[in-house]
Design a protein around this ligand. Structure first.
Ligand code: GAL
Length: 500
């Protein structure tokens, strides 16, 4: 190579490195979920859902004993939310439909006119501003009447979900081109059946696996329905999104165990849909069958798929959705060691305790440590396992106390995680979009309002639920506009916000 060639190559690389720009067509957006922001829990004919029931009947389950009864009041203030999105230059807004707002009984024979109008107005309002709506059908707020019939443990639920999906596709399919059927099966099933979040049942390793199977089938039925009846006219895309932590072995001895953890936590939900052979991941299927036998169970606690179900699930995606926040270390529990029941403390099924490296910064969510490199490793592993599938990051963000509008650590979090996304793209992973969690501070499930993820601060003590941009909102607006993670932006902390 001549020195001139070297200079040219170096110049190209150096410019690229200085800019760190996402490719043309890459989309940026922000997300929320119905129960976390809407409030208006009993307005009009909305039905009760499992979160309404959970927070009202078990206030002690929420750390500050708060509820989502009013939350950000986005049911009334959605136009303000749209303005925030406009100010952030985002391409899309990911929000969810509250099943019981649209179908008050949970069943599809009665559609709420008020619910249909609310989401229709929101969708039209977004489109009028050039923001694409990305709609999640299920973000954890199951209609209570369906829970009373067994919820996700009842095999009929996949049909009820598909009926609901049909109503939503019929109402909004002409305007919504990206659908997320289910948000985070692992949280719905593994945490919902670990007595920590709604519906607050205790059936780990049994109810949780029934739930896993039926959640996946519900997704597949909603996917096939769209594919058959709606895709030909609307050409939209449908998939689901799962919560994927990344895992690293605590020591060299824990490498194999770490692979098994990935099988339980990530592949259990991916293999049936994204692998070429379909069905449960074989290593996991063997492990649980063997363990069930040892425990004297008449059959495996992991319910099998029929051949027909396997076929319906296999390939039921147009993109791979993933939500990512953290990386955890894996080690075996010591003999007799208690494996905590709190979110992501460990996996009793595998006798595994999760930890973290001391150098990974902690956050306001006790399960969440900052390790950006984990996101790149996760993205690369998805490509290695499932091929060249388009990957849509449906959530990523940082929790803090919310105390400071000048949230530099959140800016650093976004920049460092986005840099890892860029590196994964350079590794050849087809990442097509990125979603910041969250547009707003909101009801953070069992942490109530104590843990804040918002690009915008919300004053929950004011009736107006005043929204104020944090530094991170200004940074993200610059990234969305330029696609450059080092983009310049202005932030003046001019407003002093009550409670900040
Ligand atoms: C995800 C969930 C969101 C949000 C976020 C931060 O698991 O989908 O609703 O709460 O975590 O904890």
């Amino acid at each position: 190579m001549t020195w001139m060639q070297a200079v040219i190559i170096c110049a190209a690389v150096c410019v690229a490195a200085a800019e760190r720009r996402f490719p043309e067509g890459f989309k940026f957006g922000a997300a929320t979920a119905s129960y976390q922001v809407e409030g208006a829990w009993n307005v009009s004919d909305k039905g009760e859902n499992i979160w309404d029931r959970f927070v009202h009947s078990r206030p002690e389950a929420i750390s500050d004993r708060s509820t989502g009864d009013v939350a950000c009041d986005s049911y009334h203030r959605w136009q303000e939310d749209i303005q925030l999105l406009v100010d952030m230059n985002v391409d899309f807004y990911r929000f969810s439909i509250s099943w019981s707002r649209l179908l008050p009984t949970g069943f599809s024979q009665r559609v709420s006119a008020d619910g249909a109008r609310y989401y229709g107005d929101l969708i039209d309002g977004l489109l009028a501003k050039g923001i694409e709506p990305i709609v999640t059908l299920y973000h954890w707020d199951l209609p209570q009447p369906l829970q009373d019939l067994g919820g996700w443990a009842n095999p009929m639920i996949s049909d009820w979900f598909a009926d609901y999906a049909r109503v939503a596709y019929n109402l909004y399919g002409d305007r919504v081109k990206t659908w997320v059927t289910i948000n985070e099966p692992t949280v719905i099933c593994d945490i919902g059946y670990n007595n920590l979040i709604a519906p607050g049942l205790e059936s780990e390793g049994r109810g949780s696996y029934l739930c896993t199977k039926h959640v996946l089938l519900a997704h597949a039925k909603a996917y096939r329905l769209y594919e058959r009846d709606f895709k030909p006219k609307y050409q939209g895309q449908v998939s689901l999104t799962n919560h994927m932590m990344w895992f690293e072995p605590a020591t060299e001895q824990d490498v194999e165990l770490t692979e098994l953890v990935k099988t339980l936590s990530i592949q259990r939900y991916c293999h049936p849909i994204f692998s070429s052979e379909g069905g449960w991941p074989p290593a996991l299927e063997r492990y649980i069958a063997e363990k069930s036998r040892e425990e004297g169970e008449p059959r495996s606690r992991l319910p099998p798929f029929t051949q027909e179900e396997k076929e319906m699930l296999r390939g039921s995606y147009d993109y791979l959705g993933l939500n990512h926040y953290t990386t955890r270390t894996v080690r075996p529990a010591a003999p007799g060691e208690h494996i905590g029941t709190h979110l992501f403390d460990g996996f009793k099924e595998l006798g595994v305790v999760l930890g973290a490296k001391p150098e990974w910064p902690t956050t306001m969510s006790h399960w969440f440590m900052v390790h950006p490199e984990g996101l790149r490793a996760l993205l690369v592993s998805m490509k290695q396992q499932y091929g060249d599938v388009p990957i849509f990051i449906m959530e990523n963000g940082l929790s803090d106390t919310g105390a400071d509008l000048d949230d530099q650590p959140r800016v650093d979090y976004y920049r460092s995680y986005l840099e890892q996304v860029l590196l994964a793209i350079e590794d050849g992973v087809r990442v097509v979009g990125y979603t910041a969690w969250s547009l707003l501070d909101n009801f953070e499930w069992m942490d109530g309002y104590q843990s804040r993820y918002g690009l915008h601060h919300v004053d929950f003590s004011s009736e107006l639920r005043t929204r104020t941009a944090r530094r991170s909102a200004r940074y993200y607006a610059a990234v969305a506009r330029t696609k450059d993670i080092h983009a310049q932006y202005q932030f003046n902390k001019t407003n002093t916000v009550k409670g900040v």
